[in-house]
Design a protein around this ligand. Sequence first.
Ligand code: ADP
Ligand code: MG
Length: 303
Amino acid sequence: MDGRGCSRISQEAPNPLIIPASLAANCGANPVRSAWLASLPATARSLALRWKLTFGEPFADATCAWVAPARRADGSAAVLKLGMPHFEAQDEIQGLRFWNGEPTVLLLESDEQAGAMLLESCTPGSKLSAQPEDEQDVVIAQLLRRLWSSPGWLDVFRPLSLMIRHWIDETLANSQFWSDPHLVRDGLQAFEELSQSESERVLLATDLHAGNVLRSQREPWLVIDPKPFIGDPAFDSTQHLLNCRASLMSDAEGKITRFADLLQVDRERVRRWLFARAAAEPRSVWRDDDLSQLAKKLSKSIC
Ligand SMILES: Nc1ncnc2c1ncn2[C@@H]1O[C@H](COP(=O)(O)OP(=O)(O)O)[C@@H](O)[C@H]1O
Ligand SMILES: [Mg+2]
């Protein structure tokens, strides 16, 4: 668990609650999230009473949630996650319930109103991102293929096209900051075309990357932090690929081909989703940012 062993778990919720800097920074400018952050100590205390938990210092790498190692009344280890109000993460509890530990962490308790989850603890909890990239490709491809399913009641989840629409609207609202409007418009058009031309629809994790895969005992690797939407499986390749920036910059074609083949998805759709995200996904800095550089590279070499 990233060095946070049970010996450091306190008898009650630390008061005042420790808030990781990255989470505070993510909430700062947004009134809804600031209000959520202000209510965190009370929420954590009431859940500690209700679920009979003691918990320790939160994981410092959390950016969209307050997450801490916890111990239940029977002495077993767990992890408490309190999710920040976040459009993409709205159905995380439903998703964990659906996947039921295959191959995600198990959901032990939940409170949808509070965005609260008591999760199976991954031990030792080290991240797949510490492993070589070739190994990451193989493990992530295997996990994604297990996550993708399409039983009848999937319609409780939101369509991927809704998330794409949300991203398009946010990017359009920031048009004054675009440094290369042609590139962004091409990316927006690719988003529109891709989300209207899905031939296969499955339950996606949408944010599966090597930092959201933890070493565990029940299985070698378990998925945390899914953001479920229903849509094109080729889209689910993109978060891991975007994190493999150096490989994409040096050999985009080779990297995309290898990963698309491991996933057994359409290479061309992987290429186009990747281009759309690099060119037009919302971001805080548009001028000379890394993603735009990648989009230019992709548009030269493969689009
Ligand atoms: N079930 C778990 N077992 C062990 N550690 C966990 C677990 N869930 C989360 N963590 C730790 O908390 C961190 C943040 O959790 P995550 O769900 O990825 O939140 P965020 O939405 O902020 O990325 C992870 O990177 C990991 O270090
Ligand atoms: Mg995460």
